[in-house]
Design a protein around this ligand. Structure first.
Ligand code: ZN
Length: 138
């Protein structure tokens, strides 16, 4: 079967890292799927979905690493063209990617004990993000 779920998350923008593991678990529970895969996808080109050990030290390290990869104050043709301020947001989002697929076995995601699913919002202002969870299985 195919189950389509979705939820929204209010973020603060500016690299806000939100733990959405519980919300994805809830969608899997609602689907009734016991064995299959869950794809988690965020709508928009300035946010990403990945996994991380969700703790303050690593959150800080992740933000610092992305600042080195796509610095906020670098030149971005996107900003010159559209007169906005989020060139770095788009690059960071594309590098991490908008989705994640997780196996579901015996009704549970096969995540590690220290592995959480996170939404990272790279935009430069608070946003309301829509996340789709598409679950395939039986
Ligand atoms: Zn933009």
């Amino acid at each position: 079967m195919v189950y389509s779920g979705r939820f929204t998350v209010a973020t603060r923008g500016n690299d806000d890292i939100c733990d959405i593991t519980g919300l994805v678990e809830q969608a899997i529970l609602e689907s009734g799927v016991v064995n299959g895969i869950a794809t988690v996808f965020v709508v928009g080109s300035t946010a990403a979905i990945t996994t991380i050990e969700y703790e303050p030290g690593l959150a800080q390290d992740m933000k610092a690493a992305l600042e080195r990869v796509a610095p906020r104050d670098a030149y971005y043709a996107h900003e010159a063209r559209w007169h906005d301020d989020n060139g770095h947001s788009h690059i960071r989002a594309s590098l991490l990617g908008p989705s994640l697929t997780v196996p579901v076995v015996n009704g549970r995601m096969t995540l590690g004990a220290w592995q959480q699913i996170v939404l990272i919002d790279f935009d430069t202002r608070p946003r309301s993000r829509t996340i789709h969870v598409q679950i395939l299985g039986e």
